[in-house]
Design a protein around this ligand. Sequence first.
Ligand SMILES: NC(=O)c1ccc[n+]([C@@H]2O[C@H](COP(=O)([O-])OP(=O)(O)OC[C@H]3O[C@@H](n4cnc5c(N)ncnc54)[C@H](OP(=O)(O)O)[C@@H]3O)[C@@H](O)[C@H]2O)c1
Length: 268
Amino acid sequence: MFDLTGKCAVVTGGGRGIGRGISLALAAAGADLFVTGRSSAMLEATVAQIRAAGGRAVAMPADITDMAVPGSLAERALAEFGRLDVWVNNAGSAAREDVGALIDLNEGQWDRVVDLNMKSAFFGAQAAARAMRGRGGGSIINITSRSGSHPNPMTGQYGAAKAGVENLTMTMGVEWGHMGIRVNAVAPGVVVTEETMAVLTGDRSQKQIDTVPLGRLGQPHDIASACVYLASDEAAWVSGITIPVNGGSRIAIGYLAYLRKAAKAREG
Ligand SMILES: NC(=O)c1ccc[n+]([C@@H]2O[C@H](COP(=O)([O-])OP(=O)(O)OC[C@H]3O[C@@H](n4cnc5c(N)ncnc54)[C@H](OP(=O)(O)O)[C@@H]3O)[C@@H](O)[C@H]2O)c1
């Protein structure tokens, strides 16, 4: 079950956080890995770990918001491994300077977040589909967020971008199915990464855990397991869906905090 031997996978943002977990899990299942992101040191560390475990992996440092990158990534992966079977659009986030209430949001904050989280994911998927077309198809996996299907106060444009990717996932699944290309998404809840824990300081981490029926925050391997399934032939009849992986939680990260803050402001 879930054997990826002989498949080649591209993971964007594979140097750290969830993307690193996805890269390691796909490699452990037998895939050859092509990882990208801006920091070459982190990519090299992921690649070294995969190689030390006996796998094959290559790093290509690149900024995925540069629209020349997705096509050249696909070409490099094909040149390196002779095939492209799996493409994970994982790179994404909202930088601190882009966090804020919608009423104050400016165009730069909108563009940076939507470009990284939606535009790059779409053109990544398109580059993957072009490489997979006529070569037996493949599996494209978009990492979205619980914010894509819930209100997301203080980073509304991030939630909108993730929602857009989930909608595109359905349409790409329809348009590309006849080429043997499956397109799915995985929507994480709050997952422990260096970035997340830098924000969840003090009692914020416990407040998040309190909203999770399964009683803990996610780990990168929780998200990676869903990706291994979607990449595998066991998911051969699965396309156009979003799998929520969130410990059963239905509350978006900033939702309760925003309401508490608004109530305090009203009280004066
Ligand atoms: N952690 C969570 O709680 C959580 C929850 C829901 C959804 N997600 C989603 O899961 C995915 C991974 O999140 P994470 O928490 O692992 O994030 P993270 O720790 O901040 O890592 C983000 C990754 O994306 C890469 N990246 C960012 N901008 C890039 C760019 N312009 N070009 C190429 N790579 C870029 C980063 O590498 P470089 O900095 O080296 O470029 C890094 O590998 C994202 O799509 C995020 O929206 C995360």
